[in-house]
Design a protein around this ligand. Structure first.
Ligand SMILES: [Zn+2]
Length: 220
C-alpha cells in the first residue's frame, strides 16, 4: 500500500519506518528497495483486505493520476462486516480499480457488488502476446475512435472481463488505452474504443462521467 499511519498521520513508506495499516490496524513495514515501488507491507495479509494485490509501478502510476486523498479509500459494508480498500474512490463516488492479476468471473462479480459504482482498468501489458494479438485483432479505427475486435488470442483476457460494468484495458504506451464496449465470448467478436488517458482521468476527476451509461462488454 502507498499509505499507512505513522504516529496517527497517513504517511508514505520511508526506509526503516514502521506504520499501522489503515485497513486492519496491524503493523506494516516500509519496503523501500531499489527495484520495487516503495510501499508498506504486512507480515501477513490474513486479517486485511484479501482483494489487495501487490503494487507495481503500473498501479502506482495510475493511482497518482488522482488526488492522493482519493487513493486507497477504505470502504465498509457493515451488514456483511466486510471491508475493502478501493484503489481510488473519486469525490463523486466512483471507485476505480486497477487490476493486474487475473481474477475469475465470480470474483469480478463480488467486487462489483461491493463497490457498486465502479470502473475497471485492466493491465493489458502484463502478457506481451496479448498486446501483439490485440494489435492484430482490431479493424481500422473509425472517426468515433471505435474499432471492431475479433479476438484471435488464446488468452481469456476479454472473456474474463465479460461484465456490464465499464471495462478499460491499458495495453501500454505503444498499443494504447481502450474501452471494451462490447464482447461476445462465444464468437470472440466485439467493439473497442480508443480512449485518451488524460480525458479518462479528467472525466472521473471532474465527475463529468462515470462511464456507466455505455455499460460494459456484456451490456446489450
Ligand atoms: Zn492491513
Amino acid at each position: 500500500m502507498r499509505f499507512a499511519n505513522v504516529d496517527g498521520t497517513r504517511s508514505e513508506a520511508q526506509p526503516k519506518l514502521r506504520g499501522i495499516c489503515r485497513g486492519c490496524g496491524e503493523e506494516v513495514i516500509a519496503k523501500c528497495g531499489k527495484h520495487v515501488v516503495w510501499h508498506w507491507a504486512h507480515r501477513s495479509l490474513a486479517n486485511c483486505d484479501s482483494w489487495w494485490e501487490a503494487e507495481t509501478k503500473w498501479h502506482r502510476a495510475w493511482k497518482n493520476q488522482f488526488p492522493s486523498d482519493w487513493q486507497e479509500t477504505i470502504l465498509h459494508d457493515t451488514t456483511k462486516g466486510e471491508k475493502h480498500i478501493a484503489d481510488v474512490k473519486t469525490a463523486h463516488g466512483v471507485v476505480v480499480e486497477f487490476q493486474r492479476s487475473s481474477i475469475d468471473p465470480a470474483e469480478v462479480k463480488l467486487r462489483e457488488q461491493f463497490y457498486q459504482r465502479m470502473v475497471w482498468v485492466i493491465d493489458g501489458s502484463k502478457n506481451e502476446l496479448d498486446q501483439a494479438n490485440f494489435a492484430m485483432s482490431i479493424s481500422r479505427v473509425n472517426e468515433h475512435a471505435m474499432a471492431g475486435l475479433r479476438w484471435y488470442g488464446r488468452s481469456k483476457l476479454f472473456a474474463r472481463w465479460h461484465t456490464t460494468t465499464p471495462v478499460f484495458i491499458d495495453f501500454g504506451e505503444e498499443y494504447g488505452f481502450w474501452r471494451v464496449c462490447r464482447f461476445d465470448p462465444e464468437t470472440k467478436k466485439g467493439v473497442v474504443m480508443f480512449v485518451d488517458r488524460a480525458l479518462f482521468v479528467e472525466a472521473l476527476t471532474t465527475g463529468q462521467s462515470d462511464f456507466s451509461s455505455g455499460g460494459g462488454p456484456a451490456s446489450k
